[in-house]
Design a protein around this ligand. Structure first.
Ligand SMILES: [Zn+2]
Ligand SMILES: [Zn+2]
Length: 322
C-alpha cells in the first residue's frame, strides 16, 4: 500500500457530491468510500438536493463517521450574474416545504434546460440522445456531466470534464446556461429558515470572492477557504475575510467521484477538528431543532451538538486534533 494515498490528516471532508446530483457514486457507495479511506467527518452537499442525508445517516453512524447534513444551493452572483454556490450546513433533516419545493423547482429547471441542450447539440450535428443522457442521471436530475457522459459514450470525448466540457460550457455553447437559480439572499434565507449555516462555496471560481462583502450583508455565515481550485493566495484572502467578518471556515475536496474535476480523493487535509467544532457550534447556535437534551452530554470539552449529530456521538470525543 502506498501510505501517501491515505495521509492521516485527511480525516475531514465538508464538500462532496453523490449521484443525487452530479457525483458518480450513490450516497451509500460514497459513504463506503469514506469509510474505506478513514474519513471521520463528512458532508454530502448535493446541488439543490437534501436527499442524501436520510440515505447516509444510518450508515455513517454505523461506520463511526460524523455526517453533517448539507446542501449546495446554486445561485447567481448579484454583481455579474455568474454562477455562485452557497453551501448550507445543518440543512436536511426536517427541511421545510418551502425549501423542498424551491429546490425541486431549480432541479426541474436544470433538467429541462439540458433536455433542450441535447436538442441544441443535435442541431449542431452531435449524435446524442436524451435517453442515453437519462441512463447516466441515476439520481433522477440531469446535470451537464450526464450529457458529457453521453457524449463520451458516443465517442466525442474521452473525459467528462475535459476540453469539450469547458467548450460546451462557454456562453453561447449548447450546454451553457443558468436558469431558474435562486438569488443569494433567498438561498441564505432558506438555509437560515432551515436551521442551517450558509457558506460561500469555492470563492475563487467565477470571481465569487468579489461578492463576499455583499453576501455578508445578506447574512452569509461562512466561507470555504480550502478547495482544490484555491491557490495559497486565495486561501489567505478567504481566511482574512473570515477573520474580518467573523465567518466560519470550511473546506472540502468537492469530490464528484468519476465526474470529479480535480484529481483528489475524499478528504481535505487543511481542515482541522477545530473547524468542525466551529461549524457544529454555529449550526447549534442557529438551529431551532432541539436535540441537545439527550443524556450523556455533560462533558464541557465536547463541541456543541449539531441538530442532526447526536451529542453522544462517539466522534465528539475524538482525542486527536488537527
Ligand atoms: Zn460548487
Ligand atoms: Zn460542489
Amino acid at each position: 500500500m502506498i501510505a501517501a494515498q491515505f495521509p492521516e490528516r485527511k480525516l475531514i471532508d465538508l464538500h462532496t457530491h453523490s449521484a443525487l446530483s452530479d457525483g458518480s457514486a450513490a450516497p451509500e457507495d460514497l459513504l463506503a468510500q469514506a469509510r474505506r479511506l478513514g474519513i471521520r467527518w463528512l458532508a454530502v452537499a448535493d446541488h439543490d438536493s437534501v436527499g442524501s442525508y436520510p440515505r447516509c445517516d444510518g450508515i455513517a453512524a454505523e461506520a463511526g463517521i460524523g455526517l453533517i447534513p448539507a446542501v449546495e444551493i446554486t445561485s447567481v452572483n448579484p454583481m455579474d450574474g455568474a454562477p455562485l454556490h452557497i453551501l448550507g450546513y445543518g440543512v436536511g433533516p426536517n427541511s421545510s416545504e418551502a425549501l423542498e419545493s424551491e429546490l425541486a423547482g431549480v432541479r426541474q429547471a436544470r433538467t429541462d434546460w439540458y433536455r433542450r441542450g441535447v436538442q441544441r447539440l443535435r442541431a449542431e450535428g452531435y449524435q446524442v440522445t436524451w435517453t442515453e443522457v437519462l441512463k447516466h442521471a441515476t439520481g433522477g436530475d440531469v446535470h451537464r456531466v450526464h450529457v458529457m457522459h453521453a457524449l463520451a459514450v458516443a465517442g466525442y470525448t474521452t473525459r467528462f470534464k475535459g476540453y469539450l466540457y469547458h467548450e460546451m460550457s462557454k456562453p453561447g455553447a449548447p450546454l451553457y446556461g443558468h436558469v431558474g437559480y435562486l438569488n443569494p439572499d433567498r438561498a441564505i434565507d432558506l438555509i437560515h429558515q432551515n436551521s442551517g449555516v450558509a457558506v460561500l462555496a469555492h470563492p475563487a471560481i467565477a470571481g465569487a470572492i468579489a461578492a463576499c462583502d455583499l453576501l455578508v450583508e445578506m447574512g452569509i455565515d461562512g466561507i470555504e477557504a480550502f478547495h482544490p481550485s484555491h491557490t495559497p493566495l486565495v486561501v489567505e484572502q478567504a481566511l482574512a475575510l473570515a477573520r474580518g467578518h467573523r465567518l466560519v471556515v470550511t473546506g472540502g475536496s468537492d469530490y464528484h467521484g468519476l465526474y470529479s474535476e480535480y484529481d483528489t480523493t475524499l478528504g481535505c487535509p487543511e481542515l482541522t477538528l477545530e473547524n468542525v467544532e466551529d461549524l457544529l457550534a454555529r449550526i447549534h447556535a442557529i438551529g431551532r431543532i432541539d436535540v441537545t437534551a439527550s443524556p450523556g452530554n455533560g462533558d464541557p470539552d465536547l463541541p456543541a451538538a449539531a441538530p442532526a449529530v447526536s451529542p453522544d456521538h462517539p466522534l465528539l470525543r475524538l482525542p486527536s486534533r488537527g
